[in-house]
Design a binder for this molecule. Sequence first.
Ligand SMILES: Cc1cc2nc3c(=O)[nH]c(=O)nc-3n(C[C@H](O)[C@H](O)[C@H](O)COP(=O)(O)OP(=O)(O)OC[C@H]3O[C@@H](n4cnc5c(N)ncnc54)[C@H](O)[C@@H]3O)c2cc1C
Length: 491
Amino acid sequence: MRSFDVVIVGGGSAGAALAARLAAPGDRSVALVEAGPADTEERVLDVRRWWDLIGSDLDLDYGIEPQARGNAAIRHSRARVLGGCSSHNSCIAFPTPGPDLERWVEQGATGWDPATLRPAIDRVLGTVPLQLAAPDSPLIDAVLEACAAAGLPTVDFATWDLTPGAGRFRLNVQGTTRQSSSVAYLHPLDELPENLELLLEAPVSEIVLGQGRAVGVRTAGGVVRAEQEVVLCAGAIDSPRLLQLSGVGPAEHLRSVGIEPVVDLPGVGAHLLDHPEGVVNYAASRPIEPTLQSWDVGVFADSSGTGGPDLMLHVGSEVFDLHTAGHGYPTADSGVAFTPNVAHARSEGTVRLRSADPGVKPSIDFAYFTDPDGYDERVMVDGVELAREIAAQAPLADWLDRELSPGAGVTARQELSEYVRRTANTVYHPAGTCRMGRPDDRRTVVDPQLRVLGIEGLRVADASVFPSMTTVNPNLTCMAIGERAAELLRA
Ligand SMILES: Cc1cc2nc3c(=O)[nH]c(=O)nc-3n(C[C@H](O)[C@H](O)[C@H](O)COP(=O)(O)OP(=O)(O)OC[C@H]3O[C@@H](n4cnc5c(N)ncnc54)[C@H](O)[C@@H]3O)c2cc1C
């Protein structure tokens, strides 16, 4: 049996940052136990190949339950490699907006206010190099001019204060090499500090609990013992899965799959959030130069008139026909895609076990577009209409030949809703399943120090602790959670 002071499960966006920061002073031994291999292959490091990793041997590739109102064909990519999803994502990089953190505080995450989290965010920005997307692309210039003509002024995301507008993304990339949490915090892997050990290809099947305390984790190679703490950084699907496999979760559900509950925590695996995404595709009227990872512009709009953005669109210099081609919509080799997403979607889903066998994939139900007031559906349809409005503006209109999907003849909101829900994808941002909040709130799983309620020596630090979804792409926020977790463990 190996023994360390702190055992971190999952070397993804948050876990790699946490491991590096916790080990840096050299005063405690840290094991980073990662299900997947090292991230040293070119197909992982070269951001231009990010889409090739989807559904590959490095992807846990989770299916979802049948959806009453959404697209059940969505596959949820979850990377099984050092760096986690930051090793196969598209590297769009946003620090956490202040208003999102203020909302977290309102929801019980005391101590996660913008001022307190600022040092952690600054350390992420000081560690992870960023570069501007497609600085010389005439198509992207045309997209931004069209957005401005549609009333969405060009903003610089480096100094942006969350007002409606459109801008070139910043990417956590240097040249063509992704700056994942692993690359930025851990590489070179053969020069890690002596007190930080990487245990790779070591999927954890259970947290070992003894007398109300986490004392280690079980892998195929045996138990890895934690003298001080276990920290789950396995992501928004696998952290709640591991808790439930270990008897921490909704008691009735655990019994239904033959697991004796240790702590009845109803919030574990509940409150599954995402950014649901639709698409409006156009064929190009002229050749389009490929860009690094094809998605270079973000558009943020205020569809509810509340002052802040509640609708985001990614603009891609390609046709995104993943879920439209199969439904018979035409496609093209060259084009432009607008993918609206609901920034603060209100539908909430679940991550549950199908079996007590850790080898069986979980039951994941996003319950897309099921919020009772139809808010998610309304924002999504607004997004389709906004995409069309932008596409109709000069000079972008000259780049576009015709609308491929849903097709210019589809205009009624009800028809647009049916199209966009049937062909929806995800922005791959699951979160919220081990929600951070007030200890007296039944939905809370971790307190603001990230400690799992009811068990000593066990924390969660990854996207699953989000009290609510960020307006923006969440990867740097996950790294900041890793940074913050290191502060909290040291305290
Ligand atoms: C295809 C795709 C594109 C995306 N694009 C962007 C983008 O451009 N910008 C952005 O901001 N966000 C993007 N995201 C989202 C972002 O990458 C994630 O929100 C973020 O990486 C989540 O970080 P995390 O630390 O919660 O989990 P992860 O980074 O997923 O880390 C979890 C780690 O735990 C490991 N693990 C899981 N189970 C076990 C186990 N049982 N034992 C041991 N280890 C385990 C996994 O192998 C993984 O390394 C994208 C995601 C995907 C999938």
